[in-house]
Design a protein around this ligand. Structure first.
Ligand SMILES: Nc1nc2c(ncn2[C@@H]2O[C@H](COP(=O)(O)OP(=O)(O)OP(=O)(O)O)[C@@H](O)[C@H]2O)c(=O)[nH]1
Ligand SMILES: [Mg+2]
Length: 365
């Protein structure tokens, strides 16, 4: 069987995981078996846990992006095939990754074209994202992500004012190579139209992106990255949703105080009988709940915290520790960490970079 791989890129917090979970459910309803591959510079991903919660077969490529960990991507694909035999594989690269045509799509087509069909490269753009306060290199990275898209999905259109048409005109002028669609990954509006393209078309194997790897590396280096997993245990029961909300609000406030732009802060909280997931995708925007349970009371819970902000990692680590101390459910409550890493992504060094288009046919079938 030739399997379809759909790679969905886009900046941190743009809505990739939300879209892929919505897409997985809709594809299953159309009779397809679906698997998901998540990816991060570190380990312990909120996104992977979220897919598991939704009963979607998922594998994780950790410790570097698909392009720098291409052999791990192949292993992940095989693992997914072994456990789920999917017709369609939805792949989410790290939100700070770009140049995917040359480093991921083209190597997959060149070396494994008899196994995989590549859908057009989709890149999400958050219609509410304001990048003004990010470092110029981060804005460059964001621009390069959209510049290589075959399909741009303008996401979170449900958050635009009621009377505002989705601002597709400027995107069309800036990125004329891409087909544009306005969607809401959360409500599902526009998602079926995108899936029709994913199922019916394949990557046109366009020219490789023009990109300055120095600036790309600087952009990644400007981001502080924190992945933590742990337990909070108190003497008396406390509200899990209130604690999660206090934590994210306090982290967002601490970032604002440092003028550290938020790319994405997300927390997954688990208890024996409830799971919560919340995100803040930029300063001054409200907390977004993906899973909630206002009633959940507990004396202990497990949490996974993924933070990506425009700040040095040492500072980020300090801020997260101080904030956790401040939002303890009770003064006697204690944290126990099973994992804690804080870093800036290293300069990207793709395993393969195929600059010229692969000779057609891109695949045999
Ligand atoms: N209102 C609304 N919220 C959305 C939409 N898409 C995503 N979100 C919210 O935005 C937040 C970030 O979405 P994710 O799907 O985690 O974004 P991502 O691109 O996977 O983020 P990273 O994995 O960190 O790069 C979540 O809290 C989502 O619920 C949308 O269409 N509308
Ligand atoms: Mg994600």
């Amino acid at each position: 069987m030739i399997r379809t791989i759909t790679i969905v890129g886009g900046f941190l917090g743009a809505g990739k995981t939300t879209l892929l979970l919505t897409a997985a459910r809709r594809l299953a309803a159309r009779g397809y078996r679906v698997g998901l591959i998540t990816n991060d510079q570190g380990a312990d991903l909120v996104d992977t846990s979220l897919a598991q919660q939704a009963d979607i077969p998922v594998t994780e490529v950790a410790g570097g992006c698909f392009c720098c960990r291409f052999p791990d991507l192949l292993v992940g694909l095989q693992r997914l095939i072994d456990v789920a035999d999917p017709h369609i594989i939805l792949a989410e690269p790290v939100g700070s990754c770009t140049d995917l045509i040359a480093t991921v799509l083209r190597p997959l087509v060149s070396f494994y074209g008899e196994h995989y069909r590549l859908a057009p490269l989709t890149v999400l753009h958050d219609a509410t994202r304001n990048l003004d306060a990010f470092a110029p290199d981060v804005r460059y990275l964001h621009d390069r992500q959209l510049a290589e898209a075959e399909l741009i999905l303008l996401n979170k259109c449900d958050l635009l004012p009621n009377d505002a048409a989705p601002p597709l005109g400027q995107l069309a002028r800036d990125y004329p190579q891409a087909h544009l669609l306005a969607i809401s990954a959360k409500s599902g509006a526009g998602v079926d139209g995108w899936l029709d393209i994913v199922l019916g078309q394949e990557s046109r194997n366009p020219e490789a992106l023009l990109i300055d790897y120095e600036r790309y590396a600087q952009a990644e280096a400007a981001l502080g990255w924190l992945n933590a997993r742990g337990l909070v245990r108190a003497d008396e029961a406390f509200g899990a949703a209130a604690w999660t909300e206090d934590l994210l609000t306090a982290l967002a406030q601490a970032c604002a105080n440092l003028q550290a732009s938020i790319a994405h802060i997300k927390a997954l909280v688990t208890m024996p009988d409830a799971t919560l997931k919340a995100s803040i995708a930029q300063a001054a925007s409200p907390i977004m709940w993906d899973l909630t349970n206002e009633q959940a009371q507990t004396i202990s819970l497990e949490f996974t915290l993924n933070v990506r902000v425009n700040a040095p990692p040492q500072l980020l680590e300090q801020v997260v520790h101080q904030t956790l101390e401040r939002v303890k459910p009770q003064p006697s409550a204690r944290y126990y960490f099973t994992h804690f890493e804080c870093f800036s992504p290293l300069p990207p060094q793709p395993t393969h970079r195929i600059e010229t288009p692969v000779a057609s046919p891109m695949r045999l079938y």
